[in-house]
Design a protein around this ligand. Structure first.
Ligand code: DGL
Length: 272
């Protein structure tokens, strides 16, 4: 590495909104010494319906913002941004920080198990990018992959429709899709889906192994920092910072859902 980061600098994490707090929370739990700077691009939510070009443009601006906050690492917590914008982030900024996306750790975890057939559920942007499918097949050419865009799930979860009759019907409709037949494992390739993981596991009567990108990504962050000698060993006294590009009370309210506790969101209108 050519940059001069030190272990005391924060980890930047970004997402299209507050869903990425599931990843932030997993990193905070595994690495409590680290200070986090989170950025949710709530002004452009949802990324799942945006074009790859638009997402790439957002990623560059947010990457620049997090580098200005002196982050030693940038974690792209959003699947839609990881699939559309990760390459361009590396192209522009790879010498200025470490980078972690949510695709590679999840793909590696699944490939390590040598399943015969796996499913993926995600936003339209993630599924249509085919990045997960390509990465999986590159590492395990004989793997059968079925991918399904499930665009209703993220807004449903954001509105608190989890473990109830509405979520049950929506999930049944999606999970019954032929694309997901006969799979041994299912990848939850969206920031929001860890919240409905128990419902998904129950739907498949615990016969399908479910992977999400919380703990797996946190472990990848840990390994990458360790390898670069950038893990912070002393307790972090400063609190984390949570920023959003557009602020509403409902975003504030949703932090409880995704982070496990309410956090205060700072408004950083980087688009103005
Ligand atoms: N964070 C997005 C993802 O993981 C889901 C929400 C959105 O579409 O912006 O793909």
């Amino acid at each position: 590495m050519t940059h001069t980061n030190s272990a005391d600098k924060p980890i930047g994490i970004f997402d299209s909104g507050i869903g990425g707090l599931t990843v932030a929370n997993a990193i905070h739990t595994l690495l409590p010494n680290e200070r986090l700077v989170y950025f949710g691009d709530t002004a452009h939510l949802p990324y799942g319906d945006k074009s790859a070009d638009a997402i790439r443009f957002y990623c560059l601006k947010i990457g620049k913002f997090l580098l200005e906050q002196d982050c030693k690492m940038i974690v792209v917590a959003c699947n839609s941004a990881s699939t559309a914008g990760y390459d361009v982030l590396l192209e522009f900024f790879r010498n200025q920080a470490l980078f972690v996306n949510v695709v590679d750790p999840l793909v590696e975890a699944v490939v390590a198990r040598q399943f015969g057939r796996v499913g993926i559920i995600a936003t339209k942007a993630t599924v249509h990018s085919a990045v997960y499918q390509k990465q999986l097949r590159r590492l395990q050419p004989n793997l059968e992959v079925g991918a399904l865009a499930t665009p209703l799930l993220a807004p449903m979860i954001e509105e608190g429709f989890v473990h109830n009759e509405v979520s049950k019907v929506v999930l049944q409709t999606y999970l019954n899709d032929p694309a997901l037949r006969n799979m041994e494992a299912l990848m939850l390739a969206c920031t929001h889906y860890p919240l409905i993981r128990p419902d998904i596991e129950a739907y498949f009567e615990w016969q399908v192994e479910v992977f999400d990108s919380t703990r797996i990504v946190a472990e990848s962050v840990q390994a990458s920092l360790e390898q670069a000698g950038l893990l912070r060993n002393s307790p972090n006294k400063a609190s984390h910072t949570f920023c959003v590009s557009d602020h509403t009370p409902s975003f504030e309210e949703a932090t409880r859902l995704f982070y496990g506790e309410a956090v205060e969101l700072e408004h950083h209108p980087i688009w103005e």
